[in-house]
Design a protein around this ligand. Structure first.
Ligand code: FPP
Length: 269
């Protein structure tokens, strides 16, 4: 464990307060980075400045996730619905994607990070499409953090795509309908081979999934900090991770500490 990891672990462990060993960290964190527009308004700035400031937060959160040794981080950068925003805002977000990869790709490569774009790249402008494909290709052989970035992503579209792939396999005789399992679906999502989401964070106090990783979030713990994304700090992130460590995850079963589940009242969900 390196010094940075140790410091972060210590901060999370202190907040957990139970003192028994290392904190339980999520394997996969998903973040809906909400509140850039409200942050810009609050500071009497153009919405694009809010997104730019949000990108600064993003850099810090990626670094910290990597330092902690978390396996996967999924970020919702641009949804299939975001095309309906004013053209100027869409253009600013597209430019930020280019700027982000231009400034970060070398460090991400060096850190052994694997970049995966969730979403349909074919509908993106050529420059963005090429940049994203290049980032994926450059990092494809890496073995560290899975950094998933949703760009032109929608979970329903992802499920339609997976269903069509499976249907083609059945049609071509590669699989029988009875052989389709939950794992088959997982294996046809963008995130194939990665653990399901353990912790979903959405900033700005909004409490919606907004079509983000619906299948992968089936048993995720949700945390909704009030803070706007550009103001979300590493300390706030650690608080979310600590809160996750205190949650009792039962996956529909009983509390593991309960002597007689039936007497404890309520089935875990
Ligand atoms: C939601 O805030 C945020 C977005 C739609 C975009 C998030 C994108 C970034 C943080 C940067 C771009 C990403 C990369 C990978 C460079 P909102 O505008 O909906 O906020 P509001 O609800 O306050 O208006």
């Amino acid at each position: 464990m390196n010094a940075k990891q140790l410091k972060a672990f210590w901060s999370i462990w202190k907040q957990n307060g139970d003192g028994d060993g290392e904190p339980r960290l999520p394997r996969h964190v998903a973040i809906i980075m909400d509140g850039n527009g409200r942050w810009a308004k609050k500071h009497k700035l153009n919405v694009s400045r809010g997104h730019r400031q949000g990108t600064e937060t993003l850099r810090e959160i990626i670094r910290h996730t990597d330092d902690l040794g978390i396996e996967a981080l999924s970020l919702y950068a641009f949804s299939t619905e975001n095309w309906s925003r004013p053209a100027e805002e869409v253009a600013a977000l597209m430019q930020l994607i280019l700027d982000f990869f231009a400034s970060e790709i070398d460090e991400l490569c060096e850190k052994n990070v694997r970049i995966l774009i969730l979403g349909d790249k074919s509908a993106l402008p050529a420059k963005q499409r090429e940049t994203l494909i290049e980032a994926e290709q450059r990092t494809a052989g890496n073995t560290g953090l899975h950094l998933n970035i949703g760009v032109n992503y929608g979970s329903r579209a992802e499920l339609v795509r997976a269903t069509a792939e499976i249907a083609r396999m059945v049609r071509d005789g590669e699989m029988q309908p009875e052989e389709i399992t939950e794992q088959t679906i997982s294996d046809h999502l963008y995130t194939r081979g990665q653990p399901d989401v353990d912790l979903l964070i959405r900033t700005s106090g909004e409490m919606r999934l907004s079509n983000f990783l619906l299948y992968q979030n089936a048993y995720a713990e949700f945390i909704f900090p009030e803070v706007l994304w550009p103001d979300f700090t590493v300390a706030e992130y650690d608080r979310c991770l600590a809160a996750f460590g205190r949650r009792d995850r039962r996956y529909g079963g009983r509390d593991s500490t309960a002597e007689n589940g039936a007497d404890q009242g309520g089935e875990g969900t």
